[in-house]
Write a protein that binds this ligand. Structure first.
Ligand code: PPS
Length: 294
């Protein structure tokens, strides 16, 4: 980790000093919402940039010139994180529709969401693949501590000793509020399984009207192979101050089951035990392998 950054706990959630500021974060719950506001909410590495891309393209009716017109270096500039320094301030005066992403837990989000003001799209991914993706991202991103080993990171993840805190808490708490707010819950694996259907469902939830052709374009430009070629989605122009570009690419594997290439048998057993204990009553099942998709 670059010395400018440090993991800090604030109001029950781990942030990164240098990227987040407690005062900004505390102001978020008081934000006034507009009906047209849309938040994509995820635990890190669960498909945030993917959903950013889909949302952007749905707004632009599948027109990719949205990128060349905006002249922004990455998806995060087009659909910003609400919790990063300065973002809350910009949100106040931004034109509608205000599209934002966040990794924040429910209790730090605008209270007005509870009055069904604004919409939330929650994307959850199976936590074994999240762990692996996050492990690699910790090598790429300079604001995160480079892991000393996979084993070490495995333990940190299970303890929630990372930015975003614990995966289990994040997913369970957000899900438990699904009826309190105007929320669309989807899994990364569902999106892999059928992007076409996922995009259509999302379009309906957002109340958007796109032609079949426009929807087909949204899907086409949101596939992993195409997003890999889009510099803004792949964070290619993000400064060397933030990314160790030589350590890998943001669009890494984009698949289900890469955890099998990383977990030992013993780690898998430990993970399964924690998962069963934590997610016992959780009604949504996760897909752990591409072969489970058939
Ligand atoms: S972050 O840093 O929290 O914003 O990361 P996030 O965007 O949530 O997650 C990154 C992972 O999502 C994968 N990704 C995709 N998978 C399939 N299809 C598409 N279109 C797609 N776009 C992004 C990305 O490759 C990261 O997963 P891994 O497993 O590391 O490849």
């Amino acid at each position: 980790m670059d010395h400018k950054y440090e993991l800090v706990a604030h109001r029950g959630f781990n942030f990164i000093r240098g990227i987040h500021d407690p005062d900004d974060v505390d102001g978020i719950s008081k934000l006034e919402m507009r009906d047209s506001d849309i938040f994509v909410v995820t635990y890190p590495k669960s498909g945030t940039v993917w959903m950013q891309q889909i949302l952007l393209l749905l707004e632009a009716k599948g027109d990719m010139t949205v990128y060349s017109v905006a002249k922004m270096p990455c998806n995060g500039d087009l659909v910003p994180w609400i919790e990063v320094i300065g973002s809350r301030e910009a949100f106040l005066t931004a034109p509608s529709p205000r599209l934002r992403v966040t990794h924040l837990p429910y209790h730090l989000m605008p209270a007005a969401l509870g009055q069904k003001k604004g919409k939330v799209i929650y994307v959850a991914r199976n936590p074994k693949d999240v762990l692996v993706s996050y492990y690699h991202f910790h090598h790429l991103a300079k604001m995160l501590d480079t892991p000393t080993s996979f084993e070490d990171f495995f333990e940190k993840f299970l303890r929630g000793d990372v930015f975003g805190s614990g995966w289990f808490q994040h997913v369970k708490t957000w899900y438990s509020h699904r009826d309190d707010i105007d929320m669309f819950f989807i899994t990364y694996e569902e999106m892999i399984h059928n992007l076409n259907v996922s995009v259509k469902k999302l379009c309906t939830f957002l109340g958007k009207e796109l032609t079949e052709e426009q929807l087909a374009d949204v899907v086409k430009y949101s596939t992993f192979s195409n997003m890999k070629k889009i510099p803004q989605a792949n964070y290619e122009h993000v400064s060397d101050d933030l990314f160790n570009h030589h350590m890998g690419r943001f669009m890494r594997k984009g698949t289900i089951g890469d955890w099998k290439n990383h977990f030992t048998v013993a780690q898998n057993e430990i993970f399964d035990q924690v998962f069963q204990r934590e997610m016992e009553d959780f009604p949504v099942s996760f897909t752990w392998d591409m072969t489970d998709m058939a």
